[in-house]
Design a protein around this ligand. Structure first.
Ligand code: HEC
Ligand code: HEC
Length: 173
């Protein structure tokens, strides 16, 4: 009985060793290096993957919104999604997303106050996108009495309460 326990333990050690070897020396890094142009090149696949999940949630999309299908992959089995080649840059959404990542990095750099923890982001994709691929440009009911322009002044908004006699002392009318 003792002998068989030793055998089982030895087998477990061997299996563990084989699993570690299969992961490669860098612990899961047997794939080609990533082609990161805006994210820090020091990030691991796991770190990039976690951000990508957050991007999916922020925009309410799937990975295939930005990543193209692998042209060398065999056709997917019925009910399965086609395999994606994450390093391909063929979809315009991926290039827009690169610009958006840079924008979000710049916004965070500008929003940071002295004493803030630089590793805590104030602005994320979700801040603007709110689960939509294309964010809303104005409130659902329009701008109401206002307008929004930072380059040229918009139309002048009628003075509040004018003629109606409510709101304000009514001195100017
Ligand atoms: C809104 C667009 C967008 C979505 C959605 C998205 N990605 Fe990405 N992904 C990018 C961009 C942009 C890069 C390149 C970042 C860079 O250049 O620094 C990238 C890079 C990657 C990379 C590194 C590829 C390489 O080898 O260079 C992987 C892996 C990846 N994404 C996986 C995913 C997965 C998995 C999902 C879904 C969970 C996903 N992405 C969803 C935009 C997206
Ligand atoms: C400051 C607000 C803001 C932030 C932050 C932001 N976006 Fe955007 N994003 C926009 C706006 C506005 C548009 C639409 C631009 C247009 O209409 O041309 C857009 C469009 C996009 C598009 C193109 C969608 C389409 O309509 O085809 C992608 C992809 C995208 N954003 C990805 C991202 C990702 C990924 C992040 C986070 C890394 C991000 N965005 C952060 C405001 C933002």
């Amino acid at each position: 009985m003792k002998k068989s326990l030793v055998f089982v333990l030895a087998g477990a050690v061997w299996l563990t060793g084989a699993a570690v070897m299969a992961q490669g020396p860098a612990g899961g890094g047997q794939q080609a290096p990533m082609d990161l142009k805006v994210l820090p090149k020091t990030w691991s696949r796991q770190q990039v993957g976690a951000l990508m999940q957050a991007i999916n949630t922020s925009l309410g999309v799937q990975c295939s919104h930005c990543h193209a299908e692998d042209p060398d992959a065999p056709p997917p089995l019925p009910g399965q999604n086609p395999r994606l080649d994450y390093a391909l840059d063929t979809k315009p959404e991926k290039e827009i997303a690169r610009a958006m990542i840079k924008l979000t990095m710049d916004l965070n750099a500008q929003a940071r106050q002295p004493g803030d923890d630089p590793s805590v982001e104030k602005i994320s994709c979700y801040t603007c996108h709110r689960g939509k691929a294309t964010p809303d440009k104005e409130p659902e009911g329009g701008w109401g009495r206002g307008s929004f322009s930072l380059t040229e002044a918009g139309p002048v908004v009628p003075q509040r309460g004018r003629g109606a006699g409510r709101g304000g002392p009514g001195g100017g009318n």
